[in-house]
Design a protein around this ligand. Structure first.
Ligand SMILES: Cc1cc2nc3c(=O)[nH]c(=O)nc-3n(C[C@H](O)[C@H](O)[C@H](O)COP(=O)(O)OP(=O)(O)OC[C@H]3O[C@@H](n4cnc5c(N)ncnc54)[C@H](O)[C@@H]3O)c2cc1C
Length: 426
């Protein structure tokens, strides 16, 4: 491939203790947890809103237990409750649907009130690394290229972009090579029968005539007179610009085919209300940590002395290479007992000051298929934030931080770290 060398003086615009890259549920939780310990925290996000999959991706439902997941998630949930924008808590297993537009409004308020500096429209681009230490982070935004210096960096991009650009070891996909499939979330509203109208003119999109022709399509209520709809869009690579371009276009094509099927073939009174800003990515690229959590660890309910989160959700490995309701594992093999996630899965093995959380977790594909639910992403985020803040306060490398100190802070914030006290998932 033809290449060109670019040299440029870049202004160093920020100098902070902890930089969190990516403002999804993991990044927001990491930033809130680090700021609570009194260090200087900057959170950068390339979209216009925080929340990641939860807002921009339209995934408006918390799976896993929403209780006992630490102070940051408690803050997010009680704010949603104040706005009457989340389903009530019923049990440890029930998912809780929320209003993602309200979440997008709440998150910057919580971040700023709790002392987190934020930058939106700010895309992480690259890093400078010296002997395993990230010395500068380069970002691009409305102000052009800028550099940020931080003592600790937390990758919450969902795709391990900081790890990739640093040249640290990363992993992607499973034994067959594909990532878990993406899905597009979109929202329809119900119109009165007399206003029922087909919105998809003939000749634009492939027509589906029978239910067999549908991709995996999940439909659930989204407040009054509205539904959220999720369709499966497999076989694209979230770390490749060209593949993502194709994925976004293919997903919207598929959405219009399914919309047409619902309107024309089934006669439903659905009108397209809105789609997400971005397709939902289940699995991106994970950074190899000091330990890789495996599906066998989950199945065995293995204990780790540096536990910082408990996962409970089943192994939710949608089959990566077709668009039907198919799974890698048969139903009887999907349940796992409550399992520990250790701190060492949040520390990049090749780095001195890089942590990762949420979907960037050091885990194999099936382990991540459980640990990627938002409640657990919030917990790994909070743990990374606490570990980074303690490293700064103690003037240590992050792997020198005593896990017991991280656990004490998390417990003090209400996190349950004893898996024998956590409910088994049904
Ligand atoms: C279709 C679908 C349905 C799901 N259903 C559920 C469910 O019902 N319940 C549940 O709990 N979980 C569900 N999940 C899983 C869950 O939504 C995600 O795993 C979780 O939200 C991931 O959080 P995260 O913060 O790690 O990553 P993300 O939410 O992906 O956040 C990453 C953030 O980083 C930002 N970013 C990325 N690159 C850059 C960059 N270069 N510079 C700056 N910012 C960057 C992104 O814009 C984004 O805001 C679902 C996932 C999908 C895809």
């Amino acid at each position: 491939m033809d290449t060109v060398r670019m040299e440029k003086q870049v202004p160093v615009r920020e100098n902070v203790d902890v930089l969190v890259v990516g403002g999804g549920i993991a990044g927001v939780s990491a930033a809130l947890a680090a700021a609570a310990l009194g260090v200087d925290v900057l959170l950068i996000e390339h979209f216009a809103v925080f929340g990641g999959n939860a807002t921009s991706g339209g995934v408006a439902s918390f799976c896993g237990n929403t209780k006992g997941q630490g102070r940051a998630l408690d803050m997010i949930i009680s704010a949603l409750e104040e706005f009457n924008a989340i389903a009530p808590y019923r049990s440890a297993q029930d998912s809780r649907v929320f209003n993602h537009e309200i979440l997008a409004v709440i998150l910057p308020e919580l971040l700023e009130k709790n002392g987190v500096k934020v930058l939106l429209h700010t895309e992480f681009v690259d890093v400078a690394v010296s002997d395993g230490e990230i010395t500068e982070v380069f970002v691009s935004g409305r102000s052009g290229l800028e550099a940020i210096r931080a003592k600790q960096v937390i990758d919450c991009t969902g795709d391990g972009f900081v790890g990739i650009r640093a040249g640290f070891a990363t992993m992607k996909g499973g034994s067959h090579g594909y990532q878990l499939p993406m899905s597009l979330m979109y929202f329809v509203r119900h119109v009165p029968d007399e206003d029922k109208a087909c919105q998809v003119p003939p000749g634009w999109f492939e027509r589906i005539e029978t239910a067999d022709g549908l991709p995996m399509t999940s439909i659930w209520p989204n407040g009054p007179k509205s539904n959220a709809i999720k369709i499966k869009v497999p076989m694209f690579d979230s770390t490749d610009t060209r593949s993502m371009t194709k994925a976004e276009i293919a997903a919207r094509r598929k959405m219009m085919s399914v919309l047409d099927y619902h309107q024309r073939v089934e006669g439903r009174n659905f009108l397209l209300d809105h789609g997400p800003s971005v397709i939902g990515i289940r699995e991106g690229c994970r950074i190899v940590g000091d330990y890789i959590l495996t599906v066998d660890d989950l199945r065995a309910g293995r204990s780790f002395d540096d536990v910082i989160a408990i996962g409970t959700y089943p192994l939710d490995g949608h089959k990566p290479d077709d668009d039907k309701r198919t799974y890698i594992l048969p139903p009887e093999e999907r349940k796992v007992p409550p399992y520990d996630i250790p701190l060492r899965c949040l520390i990049a093995k090749d780095g001195k000051n890089l942590l990762m959380a949420g979907r960037c977790l050091s885990a194999d594909q099936l382990a991540l298929s459980s640990a990627r639910v938002m409640t657990t992403c919030s917990m790994t985020g909070q743990a990374a934030g606490v570990a980074a803040a303690l490293a700064v306060k103690e003037g240590k490398e992050v792997r020198g931080v005593d896990a017991a100190r991280v656990q004490a802070v998390l417990r003090e914030g209400g996190a349950e770290l004893d898996r024998t006290k956590v409910h088994h998932y049904r």
